[in-house]
Structures are given as structure tokens and as C-alpha cells.
Design a protein around this ligand. Structure first.
Ligand code: IPE
Ligand code: IPE
Ligand code: MG
Length: 241
């Protein structure tokens, strides 16, 4: 089965405009979802991966240009090795699936984060997917071994290595993993926690936040609709009046 292959006709109506172009998800609650069912945490990640496909497809269908998902943080290495290994295996399976689908959907896939400590096979797949899809118009960013602090430090060090002595905001922005992309309009976190957990620290400066108690593996298109509706009731001022 390939990514985004379930086209649900009733859900293809465009529901957003230029005000809501980029949604970023903190996909949280896989472990709790599995535990509630007396299952190992890994089962929650498997279910979470299926929901990732459904939700990213749905976001594309309603007209979202850029979707970013937080899949593995720089801090998630602290987890038991068996869980980390299971997550890495899921990534390898899903990245492989993504390869042929993103072309049909005109989606450019980009991995945000430091690839260096990832398994070699995974790095090769990631590069292949990024290269193959780079001219597509829509964006799917998958944050793996991603940390907001790490990203900013990396950007600053890159600028220093290039000989820049007085760093501007633009110098940093141009060296983030999200270079050239829109900032997230909406950051959506599942599973009740109301924190950023080192996600998109720079890019979220003026993002709107939406939290739900729903665990990621239970997330449905109607939860996205509720968040979209809520988003359109807000007024973004960016410090102005
Ligand atoms: C999110 O779900 C997935 C990753 C962080 C990889 P969790 O695994 O954090 O699930 P909970 O928060 O423990 O329920
Ligand atoms: C954030 O979730 C990271 C991802 C969703 C990949 P965590 O479960 O790691 O966050 P904390 O530990 O609850 O802050
Ligand atoms: Mg969690």
C-alpha cells in the first residue's frame, strides 16, 4: 500500500485559503494509545504511522500546501533501544512506500533534522526520496532526529563557517532545514500535552497553537476540520493592532 492512496471523495472539498497554508503536527500519544489496549508501545507507533498517511492525505485534499510532522525528536533517543529500533524500522518501510506516491500527488518530501546518526539504509532512502521529489509543488516535511535548538545551532554554525561575522535573522532563516518554506500557520498537538517539546522553535514565533486530548492514533479528519474552524476564529496580529 502506498502513501496517500486512499482518495475519499466526500473529503476533497477545499476548506482553507491563503491564511492557512502550513499545518505542523506534533504526533503524540502512540504509546498511551497502545497501553490503553494492553499492547506494547510499538503497536501504537504502527497504528500512528497509518494515521500519519490518512491525515497528511486529508490535509492535502482540503488544500493545505505544506504539512510538517514531528516523527522523532533529538531527545527520543533516550527511549529503550527496542522502541527506537521499531520506530526506525517503521520509517524505513514508510519512506520506501512514499517514493512512488509523492510524484502522483505533486508532493516534495523533505526530512528535517540531522541525518548523520541514522542507519545508512535509511539515509540513502531519504536522499533518494528528497532528490526524486524536489521539483514538486506541495510540501511534506518529516522531522526525524529533529530538534529546534539543534536546528538553530546548526544554522548559526553554518553561517560562521561561511565567514559571516554579524548574523541577521535572514542569515539564520536561510540556513534552517525549512529554508524557503512558509512558516507554520498552525501547530497541532495531540494527546493532551501543551508544549512544543523542541519542535520548530524558530518557525513557531507567530504560529497559532491547537491542542486536543485525542491520542494521535485516534485522530480523524473531523478533528482537522475542528482545528481549521477554530483557526479561522482567531485574529493574528503579529504584534500590530
Ligand atoms: C509520539 O508518541 C511518537 C514519538 C515520540 C516517536 P509517543 O511515543 O510519545 O506516545 P506517548 O506520548 O508515550 O503516549
Ligand atoms: C514529541 O513528543 C516528539 C514527537 C512527537 C516526535 P514526546 O512524547 O517526545 O514529547 P514529551 O517528552 O512528552 O515532551
Ligand atoms: Mg509522547
Amino acid at each position: 500500500m502506498a502513501l496517500f492512496n486512499k482518495k475519499s471523495k466526500e473529503n476533497t472539498e477545499v476548506k482553507v485559503d491563503e491564511r492557512l497554508q502550513h499545518i505542523a503536527f506534533i504526533m503524540d500519544g502512540n504509546g498511551r494509545w497502545a497501553k490503553k489496549r494492553g499492547m506494547p508501545r510499538e503497536y501504537g507507533h504502527t497504528q500512528g504511522a497509518k494515521v500519519f498517511k490518512e491525515i497528511t492525505e486529508y490535509c492535502g485534499d482540503i488544500g493545505i500546501n505544506t504539512v510538517t510532522v514531528y516523527a522523532f525528536s533529538t531527545e527520543n533517543w533516550k527511549r529503550p533501544k527496542a522502541e527506537v529500533d521499531a520506530i526506525m524500522k517503521l520509517f524505513i518501510d514508510y519512506i520506501y512506500e512514499a517514493l512512488n506516491v509523492m510524484m502522483k500527488k505533486d508532493i516534495c518530501i523533505k526530512f528535517l533534522g540531522d541525518k548523520s546518526p541514522l542507519p545508512d539504509k535509511m539515509k540513502e532512502l531519504m536522499t533518494e526520496v528528497e532528490e526524486g521529489s524536489k521539483n514538486n509543488k506541495k510540501h511534506l516535511n518529516i522531522a526525524i532526529n529533529y530538534g529546534g535548538k539543534d536546528e538553530i545551532v546548526h544554522a548559526v554554525n553554518t553561517a560562521i563557517a561561511e565567514g559571516i561575522t554579524e548574523i541577521t535573522e535572514k542569515d539564520i532563516e536561510d540556513r534552517l532545514y525549512t529554508k524557503g518554506q512558509m512558516m507554520p500557520d498552525l501547530i497541532f498537538r495531540t494527546a493532551g500535552e501543551q508544549r512544543l517539546s523542541n519542535f520548530l522553535m524558530w518557525q513557531s514565533a507567530y504560529s497559532e497553537f491547537y491542542f486536543t486530548d485525542t491520542l494521535w492514533p485516534d485522530l480523524k479528519p473531523e478533528h482537522i476540520d475542528a482545528a481549521v474552524e477554530n483557526f479561522y476564529q482567531r485574529q493574528r496580529r503579529y504584534g500590530g493592532l
